[in-house]
Design a protein around this ligand. Structure first.
Ligand SMILES: CC(C)(COP(=O)(O)OP(=O)(O)OC[C@H]1O[C@@H](n2cnc3c(N)ncnc32)[C@H](O)[C@@H]1OP(=O)(O)O)[C@@H](O)C(=O)NCCC(=O)NCCS
Length: 169
């Protein structure tokens, strides 16, 4: 199930981030993963949960946080474009449908804010995430960047296009 994050969820989200980043980026940029400070990360997530301009949703299983997604209007795009800033799940929660639920929730929310499109930056070497994004309706739009020394590609999706398994906000 999904639920809104609260100020008390900082440590749980930070723990998921640590494990998910280790699994996703541990081979690509180990220093970045080693450099995550649990207390500071937890504070950052508590602040994000309280930020009215962002949507931070948690995926829970057996009453434990197993994943999260952060979205909101894109800061580096024209008005009317939203951004999926992050979607991360514990490896044990992969392949159970939580990723799709989190993305669909973010797209539905962005559509409600008047954003017709959503962008998501993905590390180019993250083939699992790229396959996932393409499966749920995102397409690479040619944008390229660098994030913490890693090459990234920008994906884009309509927030209002027909998709299967749509969930309500
Ligand atoms: C990428 C990630 C969020 C996907 O979440 P998930 O819960 O494993 O994916 P789901 O189970 O919701 O899959 C949704 C659909 O995508 C498909 N899918 C998942 N991964 C796929 C892949 N690599 N290639 C093609 N299709 C894929 C599933 O088969 C499923 O299809 P269906 O709904 O039509 O049956 C998750 O694997 C994850 O957290 N990865 C590590 C962190 C990461 O890389 N995050 C992205 C950073 S940009």
């Amino acid at each position: 199930m999904l639920r809104a994050a609260g100020a008390d969820d900082g440590p749980a989200i930070a723990a998921v981030q640590q494990t998910a980043w280790r699994a996703t980026y541990g081979d690509l940029n180990p220093a970045m993963v080693d450099g995550l400070d649990p207390a500071r990360t937890a504070d950052n997530w508590a602040r994000a949960a309280a930020d009215p301009a962002r949507r931070l949703r948690l995926a829970e299983r057996d009453a434990k946080v197993v994943g999260y997604a952060l979205s909101g209007p894109a800061e580096s795009e024209p008005p009317g474009v939203g951004e999926l800033d992050a979607v991360y799940l514990l490896p044990a929660a992969h392949g159970l449908g939580a990723g799709r639920l989190l993305v669909e929730d973010a797209l539905t929310s962005l559509a409600g804010l008047g954003c017709d499109e959503c962008v998501a930056w993905v590390v180019a070497a993250n083939t699992r995430a790229r396959g996932f994004y393409e499966h749920v309706g995102f397409r690479p739009d040619g944008g390229r960047g660098i994030w913490r020394g890693l090459n990234t590609v920008r994906y884009r999706a309509s927030t209002t296009g027909a998709r299967t398994k749509r969930v309500s906000a």
